[in-house]
Design a protein around this ligand. Structure first.
Ligand SMILES: Nc1nc2c(ncn2[C@@H]2O[C@H](COP(=O)(O)OP(=O)(O)OP(=O)(O)O)[C@@H](O)[C@H]2O)c(=O)[nH]1
Ligand SMILES: [Mg+2]
Length: 187
Protein backbone atom coordinates (compact mmCIF):
# COMPACT_ATOMS: atom_id res chain seq x y z
CA UNK A 1 0.00 0.00 0.00
CA UNK A 2 1.35 3.45 -0.89
CA UNK A 3 0.52 6.80 0.66
CA UNK A 4 0.93 10.28 -0.82
CA UNK A 5 3.43 12.75 0.59
CA UNK A 6 2.48 15.94 2.41
CA UNK A 7 0.23 16.92 5.30
CA UNK A 8 -2.85 14.95 4.25
CA UNK A 9 -1.86 11.31 4.06
CA UNK A 10 -4.00 9.64 1.42
CA UNK A 11 -3.99 6.04 0.35
CA UNK A 12 -2.98 5.87 -3.32
CA UNK A 13 -5.07 3.53 -5.45
CA UNK A 14 -3.58 3.02 -8.93
CA UNK A 15 -6.32 2.32 -11.50
CA UNK A 16 -5.70 1.41 -15.15
CA UNK A 17 -8.12 2.58 -17.83
CA UNK A 18 -7.82 0.34 -20.86
CA UNK A 19 -9.99 -0.52 -23.85
CA UNK A 20 -10.46 -0.40 -27.57
CA UNK A 21 -9.19 2.38 -29.85
CA UNK A 22 -11.30 5.52 -29.45
CA UNK A 23 -13.45 4.05 -26.67
CA UNK A 24 -12.83 7.13 -24.51
CA UNK A 25 -9.87 6.28 -22.24
CA UNK A 26 -8.15 9.67 -22.54
CA UNK A 27 -11.51 11.47 -22.22
CA UNK A 28 -12.28 9.47 -19.07
CA UNK A 29 -9.11 10.68 -17.36
CA UNK A 30 -9.42 14.22 -18.70
CA UNK A 31 -12.94 14.64 -17.35
CA UNK A 32 -12.16 13.70 -13.74
CA UNK A 33 -8.54 14.59 -13.08
CA UNK A 34 -8.06 17.32 -10.52
CA UNK A 35 -4.55 18.03 -11.80
CA UNK A 36 -3.72 18.90 -15.41
CA UNK A 37 -3.68 15.43 -16.99
CA UNK A 38 -0.60 14.18 -18.78
CA UNK A 39 -1.38 12.81 -22.20
CA UNK A 40 0.75 11.35 -24.97
CA UNK A 41 -1.69 11.80 -27.82
CA UNK A 42 0.02 12.03 -31.20
CA UNK A 43 -1.17 12.33 -34.76
CA UNK A 44 -2.61 9.02 -35.93
CA UNK A 45 -0.88 7.79 -39.07
CA UNK A 46 -2.33 4.33 -39.65
CA UNK A 47 -5.87 2.94 -39.93
CA UNK A 48 -6.77 4.79 -36.69
CA UNK A 49 -6.48 8.04 -38.67
CA UNK A 50 -9.71 7.07 -40.45
CA UNK A 51 -11.47 7.18 -37.08
CA UNK A 52 -9.72 9.99 -35.19
CA UNK A 53 -6.96 12.55 -35.63
CA UNK A 54 -4.92 11.72 -32.52
CA UNK A 55 -4.23 8.55 -30.56
CA UNK A 56 -2.47 7.76 -27.27
CA UNK A 57 1.00 6.32 -27.87
CA UNK A 58 2.34 5.75 -24.33
CA UNK A 59 -0.05 6.59 -21.49
CA UNK A 60 -2.35 9.13 -19.90
CA UNK A 61 -2.02 10.11 -16.28
CA UNK A 62 -4.48 11.90 -14.02
CA UNK A 63 -5.38 12.04 -10.34
CA UNK A 64 -8.67 12.22 -8.49
CA UNK A 65 -9.04 12.79 -4.75
CA UNK A 66 -12.08 10.97 -3.32
CA UNK A 67 -13.05 12.24 0.14
CA UNK A 68 -10.01 13.11 2.27
CA UNK A 69 -8.45 9.65 2.49
CA UNK A 70 -8.15 8.33 -1.06
CA UNK A 71 -6.12 9.47 -4.05
CA UNK A 72 -6.99 7.59 -7.23
CA UNK A 73 -4.09 7.57 -9.70
CA UNK A 74 -5.40 6.97 -13.18
CA UNK A 75 -3.24 5.42 -15.89
CA UNK A 76 -4.72 5.29 -19.39
CA UNK A 77 -3.30 2.78 -21.85
CA UNK A 78 -2.92 3.26 -25.60
CA UNK A 79 -5.70 1.52 -27.54
CA UNK A 80 -3.48 0.18 -30.29
CA UNK A 81 -1.97 -3.28 -29.72
CA UNK A 82 1.40 -2.24 -31.18
CA UNK A 83 1.87 -0.43 -27.86
CA UNK A 84 0.94 -3.45 -25.75
CA UNK A 85 4.27 -3.30 -23.92
CA UNK A 86 2.68 -0.31 -22.15
CA UNK A 87 -0.39 -2.38 -21.23
CA UNK A 88 1.99 -4.79 -19.54
CA UNK A 89 3.93 -2.12 -17.65
CA UNK A 90 0.81 -0.33 -16.44
CA UNK A 91 -1.36 -3.28 -15.41
CA UNK A 92 1.29 -4.81 -13.17
CA UNK A 93 1.10 -1.91 -10.71
CA UNK A 94 -2.69 -1.52 -10.77
CA UNK A 95 -5.06 -2.19 -7.85
CA UNK A 96 -8.05 -2.31 -10.23
CA UNK A 97 -8.88 -1.66 -13.87
CA UNK A 98 -11.58 -0.50 -16.21
CA UNK A 99 -12.11 -1.87 -19.70
CA UNK A 100 -13.86 0.65 -21.92
CA UNK A 101 -15.73 -0.80 -24.90
CA UNK A 102 -17.29 1.32 -27.63
CA UNK A 103 -20.81 -0.12 -27.93
CA UNK A 104 -21.34 1.16 -31.47
CA UNK A 105 -18.28 -0.57 -32.97
CA UNK A 106 -19.12 -4.28 -32.91
CA UNK A 107 -16.11 -4.97 -35.13
CA UNK A 108 -13.94 -4.10 -32.09
CA UNK A 109 -15.56 -6.54 -29.64
CA UNK A 110 -13.16 -9.33 -30.52
CA UNK A 111 -10.28 -6.94 -29.85
CA UNK A 112 -11.82 -5.98 -26.47
CA UNK A 113 -11.81 -9.69 -25.63
CA UNK A 114 -8.15 -9.86 -26.53
CA UNK A 115 -7.31 -6.97 -24.19
CA UNK A 116 -9.31 -8.63 -21.42
CA UNK A 117 -7.48 -11.90 -21.79
CA UNK A 118 -4.12 -10.04 -21.86
CA UNK A 119 -4.97 -8.42 -18.51
CA UNK A 120 -6.43 -11.56 -16.93
CA UNK A 121 -3.25 -13.46 -17.69
CA UNK A 122 -1.33 -10.92 -15.60
CA UNK A 123 -3.59 -9.83 -12.74
CA UNK A 124 -6.55 -10.90 -10.64
CA UNK A 125 -7.89 -7.57 -9.40
CA UNK A 126 -11.29 -5.80 -9.44
CA UNK A 127 -12.54 -4.96 -12.92
CA UNK A 128 -15.46 -2.95 -14.26
CA UNK A 129 -16.41 -2.92 -17.93
CA UNK A 130 -17.57 0.52 -19.09
CA UNK A 131 -19.77 0.67 -22.19
CA UNK A 132 -19.27 3.93 -24.07
CA UNK A 133 -20.84 5.56 -27.15
CA UNK A 134 -24.22 4.08 -26.17
CA UNK A 135 -25.71 7.38 -27.34
CA UNK A 136 -24.43 6.71 -30.89
CA UNK A 137 -26.38 5.16 -33.75
CA UNK A 138 -26.01 1.39 -33.98
CA UNK A 139 -24.94 0.92 -30.36
CA UNK A 140 -25.44 -2.61 -29.04
CA UNK A 141 -27.33 -3.28 -25.80
CA UNK A 142 -25.45 -4.16 -22.63
CA UNK A 143 -26.58 -7.81 -22.70
CA UNK A 144 -25.59 -8.30 -26.33
CA UNK A 145 -22.15 -6.77 -25.75
CA UNK A 146 -21.72 -9.01 -22.70
CA UNK A 147 -22.41 -12.09 -24.83
CA UNK A 148 -20.09 -10.84 -27.58
CA UNK A 149 -17.35 -10.49 -24.94
CA UNK A 150 -17.90 -14.10 -23.91
CA UNK A 151 -19.96 -13.58 -20.74
CA UNK A 152 -22.87 -15.90 -21.33
CA UNK A 153 -23.84 -16.35 -17.67
CA UNK A 154 -25.02 -13.02 -16.22
CA UNK A 155 -24.22 -14.12 -12.66
CA UNK A 156 -20.59 -14.84 -13.46
CA UNK A 157 -19.67 -11.71 -15.34
CA UNK A 158 -17.87 -8.58 -14.12
CA UNK A 159 -20.03 -5.47 -13.57
CA UNK A 160 -20.89 -3.79 -16.88
CA UNK A 161 -21.76 -0.10 -16.58
CA UNK A 162 -23.00 2.31 -19.25
CA UNK A 163 -21.15 5.62 -19.14
CA UNK A 164 -20.11 8.60 -21.18
CA UNK A 165 -16.42 9.25 -20.42
CA UNK A 166 -16.78 12.90 -21.35
CA UNK A 167 -19.18 13.42 -18.41
CA UNK A 168 -17.47 13.84 -15.07
CA UNK A 169 -20.35 12.65 -12.91
CA UNK A 170 -20.69 9.21 -14.48
CA UNK A 171 -16.92 8.71 -14.36
CA UNK A 172 -16.75 9.63 -10.65
CA UNK A 173 -19.61 7.23 -9.93
CA UNK A 174 -17.86 4.34 -11.63
CA UNK A 175 -14.56 5.07 -9.85
CA UNK A 176 -16.31 5.23 -6.48
CA UNK A 177 -17.73 1.72 -6.99
CA UNK A 178 -14.35 0.39 -8.10
CA UNK A 179 -12.49 1.94 -5.15
CA UNK A 180 -15.00 0.37 -2.74
CA UNK A 181 -14.22 -3.02 -4.28
CA UNK A 182 -10.48 -2.44 -3.80
CA UNK A 183 -10.94 -1.36 -0.17
CA UNK A 184 -13.10 -4.40 0.60
CA UNK A 185 -10.26 -6.61 -0.61
CA UNK A 186 -7.60 -4.96 1.53
CA UNK A 187 -9.64 -4.84 4.76
N1 LIG B 1 -20.86 10.49 -28.29
C1 LIG B 1 -19.92 10.00 -27.50
N2 LIG B 1 -18.63 10.34 -27.74
C2 LIG B 1 -17.68 9.79 -26.92
C3 LIG B 1 -18.02 8.93 -25.85
N3 LIG B 1 -16.86 8.56 -25.25
C4 LIG B 1 -15.87 9.16 -25.90
N4 LIG B 1 -16.34 9.92 -26.92
C5 LIG B 1 -15.56 10.66 -27.92
O1 LIG B 1 -14.76 9.70 -28.61
C6 LIG B 1 -13.55 10.31 -29.07
C7 LIG B 1 -12.36 9.45 -28.71
O2 LIG B 1 -12.08 9.56 -27.34
P1 LIG B 1 -10.62 9.35 -26.71
O3 LIG B 1 -10.77 9.69 -25.26
O4 LIG B 1 -9.56 10.01 -27.49
O5 LIG B 1 -10.46 7.78 -26.89
P2 LIG B 1 -9.20 6.86 -26.47
O6 LIG B 1 -9.81 5.59 -25.96
O7 LIG B 1 -8.27 7.57 -25.57
O8 LIG B 1 -8.53 6.58 -27.89
P3 LIG B 1 -7.03 5.99 -28.24
O9 LIG B 1 -6.04 6.60 -27.32
O10 LIG B 1 -6.82 6.38 -29.67
O11 LIG B 1 -7.15 4.50 -28.09
C8 LIG B 1 -13.54 11.71 -28.48
O12 LIG B 1 -13.97 12.60 -29.50
C9 LIG B 1 -14.56 11.66 -27.36
O13 LIG B 1 -15.18 12.92 -27.10
C10 LIG B 1 -19.42 8.59 -25.63
O14 LIG B 1 -19.81 7.82 -24.74
N5 LIG B 1 -20.29 9.17 -26.49
MG1 LIG C 1 -6.25 7.86 -25.70
Amino acid sequence: MRFSQGQNLRQIIPVVVTGTVGAGKSSFIRSVSDIAPVDTDRKATDETALMKKKTTVAMDFGRLHLGNKISVHLYGTPGQSRFDFMWDILIRRAAAYILLVDAHRPSDFRYARKILSFMKQRVNIPLIIGLTHTDCKGAWSKDNVAIALGFVDEKRRPPIVILNPTQRQSVVQLLTILVQQVLQRTR
